[in-house]
Write a protein of this length. Structure first.
Length: 431
């Protein structure tokens, strides 16, 4: 028996003893009155303690201490300690839950937790962006009602998740996502969404690149093979043999140029960043570009050089010379005889610009965004006639990108083109 109960019994016995004494000394009626008053006092005491407990139970906060006395002290103290410990445990698990929730929100891949009927219980920001969902509005909704693509619905219904499902996210733009599903618990699933758009593009680029290289090399190889067979099987005079040999040399040179440009691209993609302290003498470089253009033109074009302001560039001279030289040689190749080619340089606090302006054949607007793609040609036949490999502007793009420079192309068919290279202020010195 606990001490508070003993105390309560003692108080009752004391009241009873006092009532007996009063009954013996005064009268039985007085004894009953004393006993009744004792019981009423204890009842009032207990009612008051009960009122305190009832009021505290309405707002059982740890800061509102539950005070009790006598027989109520121990249970009040236990209730208060239990409430405080329970609050501490709840706060601890809420903190843990928030921490894991924050970690889930920070993941770069999407996570969607679903329950029975594929209803969304939780999702992170990445899933919201990759699938076009809403973290608040879509909770409790069946995910198959939000993503209605037949392939996705069939994938969930089949239950075979050994291989991921690649899906084009219709609600989040032109993104390709890989979906993986893991069953956990009873009727619960965890859906992982990974953005594979860039990987798909790179894979497509690789396939296109291999196909283009095969195509570009197959033509000269076929020609060479045909000429070799002709020389082996036919009796040719010296003039015919010489003509076949010249054609073979031309095709060999074409393959050599393709391989050389491929190696240049590979070098640019794998080389360390260009130096930021090596100074390129722009005036000397522009003069060389003009002389090279005049040599390639052979007097068929009017070529001019304008230097509006000074300034040099910081970077790898070989890469910059190759990029700018490609632009100049293209202008010469695609400008008819009698046309004009103007090289222009200017620099200022915002950076520097090198522009090649020609009066050539021009380019259709639809072709301009694709000019820097590998092996892309506006006119394949003309490009081959002029000695182009289809890799020149791809090399230009990579070389300029390594120097934080940009290429801007404007053109009108039949009116000529303007290729402008803009260097950031951080790459320009000596203003």
């Amino acid at each position: 028996m606990s001490l508070p109960v003993v105390n309560a019994l003692v108080y009752t016995l004391v009241a009873l003893a006092l009532a007996l004494v009063a009954a013996l000394l005064v009268s039985a009626e007085v004894g009953w009155v004393v006993f009744t008053l004792g019981l009423l006092l204890q009842l009032g005491y207990h009612l008051r303690q009960w009122t305190l407990l009832e009021a505290w139970s309405r707002q059982p906060a740890p800061e509102n201490e539950l005070g009790g006395s006598g027989v109520w002290y121990e249970p009040f103290s236990r209730l208060y300690r239990h409430e405080r410990e329970l609050r501490q445990q709840i706060a601890h698990w809420q903190s843990e839950l928030a921490r894991f929730g924050a970690a889930g929100q920070a993941l770069t891949f999407g996570i969607v937790a679903t329950s029975q009927g594929e209803r969304i219980e939780w999702l992170n920001r990445a899933a919201e962006q990759l699938l076009g969902l809403d973290q608040r509005a879509d909770l409790g909704q069946p995910i198959t009602h939000l993503i209605r693509q037949p392939a996705f619905v069939a994938y969930l219904e089949a239950g075979d998740f050994a291989q991921p499902l690649k899906l084009r996210s219709e609600r989040a733009g032109e993104r390709v996502v890989a979906v993986r599903v893991v069953d956990y618990g009873e009727g619960r699933r965890l859906i992982q969404i990974t953005d594979v758009t860039q990987a798909e593009r790179l894979d497509q680029t690789r396939r296109d690149f291999v196909a283009n290289v095969s195509h570009e090399l197959r033509t000269p190889l076929t020609v060479l093979s045909g000429f070799v067979e002709t020389l082996q099987e036919l009796e040719l005079d010296a003039a015919e043999r010489r003509r076949y040999q010249d054609l073979m040399a031309e095709q060999s040179l074409r393959m050599q140029r393709i391989v050389q440009d491929l190696l240049s691209l590979s070098t640019l993609e794998s080389a360390p960043p260009p130096p930021e302290t090596e100074r390129i003498d722009v005036a000397a470089l522009l003069d060389k570009l003009k002389r090279d253009a005049e040599a390639l033109s052979g007097g068929r074009h009017a070529i001019s050089l304008e230097i509006a302001s000074g300034g040099d560039i910081l970077g790898a001279e070989g890469e910059i010379a190759s990029a700018l030289g490609n632009l100049v040689s293209n202008a010469v190749r695609y400008t008819p005889e009698g046309g004009t080619i103007r090289l222009h340089w200017q620099s200022g606090p915002a950076g520097a610009e090198f522009a090649v302006v020609d009066s050539g054949i021009g380019i259709e607007a639809a072709d301009i965004p694709r000019l820097t793609e590998r092996f892309y040609r506006v006119d394949r036949g003309r490009s081959r006639e002029t000695g182009g490999t289809g890799l020149g502007l791809a090399i230009v793009k990579h070389a300029l990108g390594r120097h934080q420079a940009t290429l801007e192309i404007t053109s009108q068919p039949g009116e000529g083109s303007r290729f402008a290279v803009r260097f950031p202020a951080a790459r320009v010195v000596g203003l």
